[in-house]
Design a protein around this ligand. Structure first.
Ligand code: TNX
Length: 732
């Protein structure tokens, strides 16, 4: 008797769980209704024309891949069907993609204002499917009415630094489609490899697609692997990929990066260089600054580019053609007699104007072929070409300026859109630049407040950029894009009023299950344990404060340290008081409500930290002069005695930097102690203007007032990886 209510409750809870709706990007309006529709192999698909067939085909491919069955077409079904119908007679607005999706017990109807709209309705439908392989798929009854905020919702991929094959590029295009994004910016050429077959210039791929080796480690690197690396896409393959994307309502914007970033092309055809007689080779390292990778603005170069771009436009129907324009080192034009002569002849005042002259000539050619030119924001320097679109990557400044000049803009500022940046503070592989967590990507609003409503109309949208210097395989690629790409898709689709991080977080957790259902990798940095190292109240050890994201969420989250004493916590935080050296591991485990093996437990975050105790560890420390604003250390002054010796070099935020005045620290040991060695860890990174101290002195004091220098100090300097250690040994 007593068991019944319990069983009933459980049933209700499970039912509710199964009906959870986690569509990303979030639809403009969604109303759930009682009841559900069940897809089984007996369900049929209804569509009338080729356009709607594309949505039907995508759904069938998806069902086959993840559920092991397909649906048959039926012309006039009465019940148990999914219908795709595009209202072709309603004129689609500029940002096509408006759709409605209605799920009732009898059928599912996807209606778009355009084929793209119907396709997006189908994408929402896909996200309603349970994340468990089955031939009985239940969908909640609902009505969705939805449309995109921006017309340009893009993802970029650099295939020059590392090459991704045709099958994977298609998979990447599928990722874009699954997020209702509609542009794929394909960065096809750069210093380290030319990846597109050009019939008229076969050496571009015979020579330019291959490098003899690749730098090892983070630039400037620890060597070269001497392994031949490369690859390219044949025109036939490109046609196939363009078609594949079009069926998914994705436009591919090809990029041929000029006049800088052109070392691969120059190696193949030295006449393109200002120094044709200096031998060149396809780039094997990143961040090329000392090598002449710049095209000479000669008629032969423009003829070459016109030929190349003609083949490009033949292959890519996109109305936008990207010509790069970024990071062109003007030094090579300054040093070139030809360029200086040309500048005189054409009354070009400086090399920035010469870049503008270069870009203008290409634009004319592109425009004369009925296309528009796109370029990175450097194309603003020296005067913007008349019809150019600007991709703003060095912050939003270039985009703002271009919009004010009434030019269309796609925003890709590094601070929000660079998926080659690190998304965790505990990064265990090499990434570029700064820290870009998923929450920051989500917060992005591509329309800067500096623009008036009229100017804002020039912002077409934004794009996530994936530069692949440190992304050499697809596992890493997926790790870098997921979940940030999902967050960006919502920032681009969903109106700001309807966008809410807390709400996204609720959908982010099941999204991780969706990634694993798809069999793709993703970064779990969202679950990072938040760690703080603090002094104890009486300076007798250190307090390691750990926090997890989950607040009594009903999810089993606990933290324990494995090597020392095992402490478990069902709460969201843990305080460990440490008093001796060791390597401590903290692990955050979660029970996933769905995903492979219902209710499985997985470790979502781990943190390993070595603490080395010495007499100063955890003690009270004061500085006479404050650290520099650029390097305040993330643990403040206490970071100097918190037991953590940074192994990570300049990229670790633990270092305190001092500029101008001496660094003077007073450590209060609390009582008289016998000291025989003082060790000071210092960092040297001259390329970042970080230098070793010119001298180090040690004083002792009995009362904290009178200090005397130590007697007979013996100095020793140990150069370690990324840092140095000064040991001062003395006889007390
Ligand atoms: C700058 S973004 C570049 C790329 C690099 C990237 C690394 C841009 C237009 N140029 O060539 O790969 O930084 O983040």
């Amino acid at each position: 008797m007593k068991l019944w209510p319990v069983a009933f409750l459980l049933f209700v809870v499970l039912q509710l769980k199964a009906q959870e709706i986690n569509i990303i990007p979030k639809p403009a309006s969604l109303q759930t209704q009682k009841g559900s529709f069940t897809i089984t192999p007996a369900t049929t698909l209804s569509y009338i024309d080729e356009g709607d067939k594309q949505a039907a085909d995508f759904l069938n491919t998806y069902l086959q891949k993840f559920y092991g069955f397909q649906l048959k077409r039926s012309k006039q079904p009465t019940t148990n069907f999914i219908r795709f119908s595009t209202k072709k007679f309603i004129k689609a607005p500029d940002n096509e993609g408006h759709y409605s999706l209605t799920v009732t017990t009898k059928n599912v109807v996807a209606d778009g204002d355009s084929y793209a709209g119907t396709f997006y309705a189908m994408q929402s439908l896909i996200q309603l499917l349970p994340l468990k392989k089955s031939k009985v798929l239940s969908l909640p009854n609902l009505v969705i009415d939805d449309q995109p905020r921006f017309t340009y919702r893009g993802m970029h991929l650099d295939v020059s630094r590392h090459f991704f094959d045709v099958d994977y590029v298609k998979k990447y295009i599928d990722f874009i489609a699954l997020h209702k994004m509609n542009y794929f910016h394909w960065h096809l050429t750069d210093d380290q490899g030319w990846r597109l077959e050009i019939k008229k210039y076969p050496k571009l791929t015979e020579v330019g697609a291959w490098r003899a080796g690749t730098i090892i480690g983070r630039y400037p690197g620890t060597g070269n692997d001497s392994i031949k690396y490369g690859g390219y896409y044949t025109q036939q393959q490109v046609r196939d990929i363009v078609q594949y994307a079009a069926e998914r309502h994705i436009t591919i914007v090809p990029e041929i990066d000029v006049p800088g970033h052109s070392l691969a092309a120059i190696t193949a055809y030295p006449f393109l260089s200002t120094t044709p007689n200096v031998p060149k080779k396809v780039g094997e390292t990143w961040g090329l600054t000392d090598i002449n990778n710049v095209l000479i603005p000669s008629d032969s170069t423009f003829n070459f580019l016109n030929d190349v771009l003609s083949e490009v436009m033949e292959l890519f129907p996109s109305k936008y053609i990207h010509i790069g324009g970024d990071e062109c080192n003007k030094r090579w034009w300054k040093e070139s007699a030809f360029c200086q002569e040309l500048m005189k002849k054409e009354s070009i005042k400086n090399e920035y104007e010469l870049q503008s002259y270069f870009i203008n000539r290409i634009e004319k050619f592109i425009n004369s072929n009925g296309r528009l030119m796109m370029g990175w924001d450097e194309i603003l320097e020296g005067g913007l070409a008349p019809n150019a679109l600007v991709m703003s990557w060095r912050g939003e400044k270039g985009g703002i300026e271009a919009a004010k000049q009434k030019h269309q803009v796609v925003m890709t500022p590094g601070t929000y859109c660079y998926f080659d940046h690190s998304q965790t503070k505990n990064e265990d592989s090499i990434t570029i630049g700064s820290y870009l967590p998923v929450a920051k990507v989500y917060s992005y609003n591509p329309v800067p407040t500096a623009l008036t409503a009229d100017e804002a109309k020039y912002i077409l949208g934004a794009q996530g950029n994936v530069w692949t210097e440190y992304i050499g395989n697809t596992t890493k690629l997926e790790y870098m894009i997921f979940p940030r790409m999902s967050a960006l898709s919502e920032a681009l689709w969903t109106e700001p009023a309807n966008k809410d991080w807390k709400d996204f977080e609720q959908r982010l957790q099941p999204l991780f299950s969706r990634y694993s259902f798809w069999g793709v990798n993703s970064s779990k940095a969202y679950y990072d344990i938040i760690s703080e190292i603090l002094p104890t109240a009486n300076y007798s050890g250190i307090r390691w404060k750990l926090k997890s994201k989950f607040k009594n969420s009903g999810l089993r989250s606990y933290i324990h340290d494995e090597y020392y004493s095992k402490v478990e916590s069902k709460k969201d935080s843990l305080n460990l008081i440490l008093s001796h050296s060791g390597t401590y591991e903290v692990q955050l485990d979660r029970t996933f409500p769905d995903g492979p093996g219902f209710g499985y437990i997985a470790t979502v975050s781990e943190l390993k930290q070595t603490f080395s105790f010495n007499l100063a560890t955890g003690k009270k420390i004061t500085l006479t002069n404050p650290p520099s604003v650029t390097y305040p250390g993330n643990g403040g002054t206490f970071g100097l005695v918190n037991g953590v010796a940074s192994e990570k070099g300049i990229n670790s935020p633990e270092w305190l930097g001092f500029n101008g005045k001496d660094m003077e620290a007073i450590i209060d040991l609390g009582k008289a102690e016998t000291i025989d060695t003082v060790t000071v860890g210092v960092l040297q990174s001259e390329s970042s203007w970080v230098y070793l101290p010119s001298s180090v002195e040690v004083f002792t004091s009995q009362d904290g007032k009178e200090f005397s220098p130590v007697k007979n100090p013996v100095f020793q300097n140990v150069a370690l990886k990324n840092r140095n250690k000064f040991s001062i040994t003395f006889t007390p």
